[in-house]
Design a protein around this ligand. Structure first.
Ligand SMILES: [Zn+2]
Ligand SMILES: [Zn+2]
Length: 346
């Protein structure tokens, strides 16, 4: 199979021909038809993720067709169209048994704990517990764009922040995660506020459903600006970027008993940010992490896509080839692209 491959962190990845994978007894091999590029891939390539061992093939936001099936797999067959959450649960630990595969104790993460989907083929373990059948109406690029971002945002907004109609939702950072959160919050009938430092991204966020926008470069105090718009603070707030500043603002801008969800990764130097803990106590704020979404919760999201309430394909910026994905990956920290890149040519 052709694949993007690297032997050292921060060294430019190569496109190489590697041996085709074979399925484990409980796993499958998927022919990748589309796979999204994500900042987590950049973090991995930089060496920020301790789950990655070298050499490595990145890629975790995939959709494709099952081409080989392990002998113990019951629910999936060759030829079926599938996608998979970036955290795949083992199916037998306590978390998996309680339905929380997204925090499985022995999780399988393509592109992190194992080789990923920037390749013609990818092997996925624990298939029965994690694969999701794709409705015919949803094309591969759209399914790949659910990736980690849209699905993670769905869980963050719907299941963790428990956003309901009429609530104010502040979204810090208007990259893929933030735009997804805005679209999902708007679909639930909430009032999302977009916050970013790029006027262009804020304009795009309004098209995705933001009812107000704050350019963090143009206001002295972002939390104060949110409190002003919302008449006292947001009911729920998402740090979709992952930085000490956005994390702090996202908690600070909450109204009493508000809910903060941290979705943007906080790695390396950012791992222990400052938190306004006095406000968390005095105002009874709730602070959540959000880490992917279980396969069994995809049904709700796919139903909202089929009915037209959610359109994650609107967040796709460009389709690229495996070769074109190399510079896109290595420059991801400087990317100013609107929308996400999806590899659809291998
Ligand atoms: Zn598990
Ligand atoms: Zn991702």
């Amino acid at each position: 199979m052709r694949a993007m491959y690297y032997e050292a962190f921060e060294a430019t990845p190569e496109i190489r021909t590697l041996p085709d994978p074979t399925p484990t007894p409980g796993g499958v091999v998927i022919k990748v038809e589309a796979t999204g590029l994500c900042r987590s891939d950049w973090h991995g390539w930089m060496g920020h993720d301790p789950d990655i061992s070298l050499p490595h093939v990145p890629g975790h936001e995939l959709a494709g067709k099952v081409v080989a099936v392990g002998r113990n797999v019951r629910r999936f067959r060759e030829g079926e169209r599938v996608t998979v959450p970036f955290v795949s649960g083992c199916g037998h630990c306590g978390e998996c048994r309680s339905g929380n595969q997204q925090v499985c104790e022995e999780q399988f993460q393509p592109g992190f704990t194992h080789w990923g989907s920037f390749a013609e083929l990818v092997a996925i373990d624990f298939a029965d517990h994690n694969l999701v059948h794709l409705p015919d109406a949803i094309d591969y690029a759209t399914a790949a764009s659910l990736g980690c971002r849209f699905a993670t945002s769905f869980r963050a907004v719907v299941d963790q922040a428990r956003v309901t109609g009429g609530e104010w939702v502040a979204v810090h950072g208007c990259g893929g995660v933030g735009l997804s959160a805005i679209m999902i919050a708007a679909a639930l009938g909430a009032n999302p506020i977009a916050i970013d430092i790029s006027a262009e991204k804020l304009d795009f966020a309004k098209k995705m459903g933001a009812v107000a926008a704050i350019n963090a470069r143009e206001v002295a105090d972002v939390a104060e600006a949110v409190r002003e718009i919302t008449g006292g603070g947001a009911h729920a707030s998402v740090d979709a970027l992952g930085s000490p500043v956005t994390c702090f603002n996202s908690i600070k801008n909450l109204r009493r008993r508000g809910r903060h969800v941290q979705v943007g990764l906080m790695l390396a130097d950012h791992a222990t940010p400052q938190i306004p803990m006095a406000q968390v106590i005095g105002h009874e704020l709730e602070i959540y992490g959000s880490h992917g979404m279980q396969a069994w919760r995809y049904d709700a999201m796919l139903a909202m896509m089929e009915s037209g309430k959610l359109a994650p394909q609107r967040l796709i910026g460009r389709h690229v080839s495996l070769e074109e994905a190399v510079p896109a990956l290595t420059a991801m920290d400087k990317a100013t692209d609107l929308g996400i890149s999806v590899i659809t040519r291998f």
